[in-house]
Ligand binder design. Structure first.
Ligand SMILES: *Cc1c(COP(=O)(O)O)cnc(C)c1O
Length: 485
């Protein structure tokens, strides 16, 4: 235990539990025994596992210290573009833990789960209203699974009309999961370039759209944080050739209450409840990627679906054209409860305001940093803005160096080297939940880092210096991961 303190003096170096403890130490004390000991069966006796002997305080301090090595939305600003790492009110978490909901067994008969079924139907209704689409399935467990569901829906729909098509158009500003989901469904992604303004032009779509093409997957707002303004005309071109329009709506946080996707020619769209609708994410916890569809795709939605008759709500599998199941039971119900509680507590006016603030905050950062970072698309953005390291590269400082240095100022780095259309990209998404003071602090830190790139580049190349772990050799860390700590 004589290891030195970490550089800040706050993060104690922490040994493994097995290196701590002392024989005979224990976490609890029991009253003195007042009965004779009774020998256990041979099977149960024996050595037991090799657990260290620790007292309660040792264990509590160990795990509390470990938790302090972590960084999350509850610790500080997390401007990771494309991820919407916003603060999620704890009340929604509490709602999802209500005993009657959290303790519900998924195999209980409908007569005993009316509340849960009603919650799902109402959440579907809210999401229909927010997106302007006709029907919703809450089943997919993540954005990427929502994409796959959407692809399967398009495939099933085209098949029902005796159309066999093998390609799908995917712009270079789509999210990286899009081509993967299309390929999983057997489609060949056809990449198209966005125009000078960072959005798609109708010309490029007219050129590639043909009768072998199932449709387009369009991320809107796209990964440059820009709104695809021509989505309606593009949808018309795709529809004219018998194709379908998939919209990746994971970035709904920018446009809630402002854009009616159903009127933009979109046939199917997915949402990320774990971005926009109050489920914390990162680290692989459960999520939900509901798909919202136009009427003609409804018969193909995953089963079971929650319906209602005179006797109440029930689960129905009676959809012969359905693509089937994508998840056990109805999906990740806990995530749905949080979204339901969030939407109810916000109300439609505040959901709209949340999007407006998310957009305002991103534009505020863009305007305040464009004098120190290169801004490849200098025009109003949506909920995130994308810079590059072009100005700093002359001094041999890269996006990676600057991202690492930001950690010394207590900020999680932005998304880096994505989207691929911008060389050395830094993609910043502040979300609506950061205060003006916090955003100003972030801007100040970025300005300091940009100045350091010119004045003291060595400082940046070695960054971070004030964190628990300094600069890693990332190649070595991938090839020979050391998982012990
Ligand atoms: C996050 C994101 C996805 C993928 O969502 P997962 O839940 O991580 O699978 C897809 N598209 C966009 C635009 C995203 O931002």
């Amino acid at each position: 235990m004589n290891k030195p303190l970490a550089p800040t003096g706050l993060n104690l170096d922490e040994p493994l539990l097995w290196e701590m403890g002392s024989p005979g130490r224990t976490g609890f004390s029991m009253p003195r025994r007042d009965v004779e000991p009774f020998p256990l069966d041979d099977d149960l006796a024996g050595e037991g596992p090799d657990f260290p002997d620790l007292n309660e305080m040792g264990v509590v301090r160990h795990y509390t210290r470990l938790s302090q090595w972590n960084f999350g939305v509850d610790t500080g600003m997390y401007p990771l573009g494309s991820c919407t790492m916003k603060y999620n009110p704890k009340i929604n978490e509490k709602c999802s833990q209500l005993e009657g909901l959290a303790g519900l067994h998924p195999m209980l008969p409908a007569g005993m789960t009316q509340g849960a079924l009603q919650l799902m139907v109402e959440l579907e209704r809210f999401l229909k209203e927010i997106t302007g689409m006709d029907a919703v399935s809450l089943q997919p467990a993540a954005g990427a699974q929502g994409e796959l569901t959407g692809m399967l829906l398009i495939h099933a729909y085209l098949k029902s009309r005796n159309l066999t098509r093998n390609k799908i158009i995917i712009p270079d500003t789509a999210h990286g999961t899009n081509p993967a989901s299309a390929a999983l469904c057997g489609y060949r992604p056809v990449r198209v370039k966005s125009g000078d303004r960072g959005i798609l032009t109708t010309e490029v779509i007219s050129e590639v759209m043909d009768e072998d093409t199932a449709g387009i997957m369009i991320t809107n707002p796209n990964t440059l944080g820009l709104f695809e303004e021509h989505i309606k005309e593009i949808a018309d071109i795709v529809h004219a050739k018998g194709g379908q329009v998939y919209c990746d709506g994971a970035n709904m946080n920018a446009i809630m209450g402002m854009v009616h996707m159903g009127n933009s020619g979109v046939d199917v769209l997915h949402l990320n409840l774990h971005k926009t609708f109050s489920t914390p994410h990162g680290g692989g916890g459960p999520g939900a990627g509901p798909v919202c569809v136009a009427k003609h795709l409804l018969p193909f939605l995953p089963i079971p679906r929650v319906l209602k008759n005179d006797a109440g709500y029930f689960l129905s599998e009676d959809f012969p054209e359905s693509i089937g199941r994508l998840h056990s039971f109805c999906g990740n119900f806990g995530v749905m409860i949080k979204a339901y509680a969030y939407i109810l507590s916000m109300g439609s006016e505040n959901l709209k305001k949340a999007s407006q603030l998310a957009v305002l905050n991103a534009n505020y950062i863009k305007e305040n940093l464009k004098s120190v970072f290169h801004l490849p698309y200098d025009r109003p953005c949506m909920h995130e803005c994308v810079f590059s390291d072009k100005l700093q590269r002359e001094h041999k400082i890269t996006t990676l160096d600057m991202a690492k240095r930001l950690m010394d100022f207590g900020f999680h780095p932005p998304t880096i080297y994505f989207p691929l259309v911008v060389d050395g990209a830094m993609m910043i998404e502040p979300t609506e939940t950061e205060s003006l003071e916090e955003i100003d602090r972030f801007i100040e830190a970025c300005r300091i880092v940009a100045a350091e790139a010119l004045e003291s580049p060595d400082l940046l190349r070695g960054a971070p210096k004030r964190c628990k772990v300094e600069r890693l050799d990332e190649t070595l860390a991938c090839r020979q991961p050391c998982l012990v700590g």
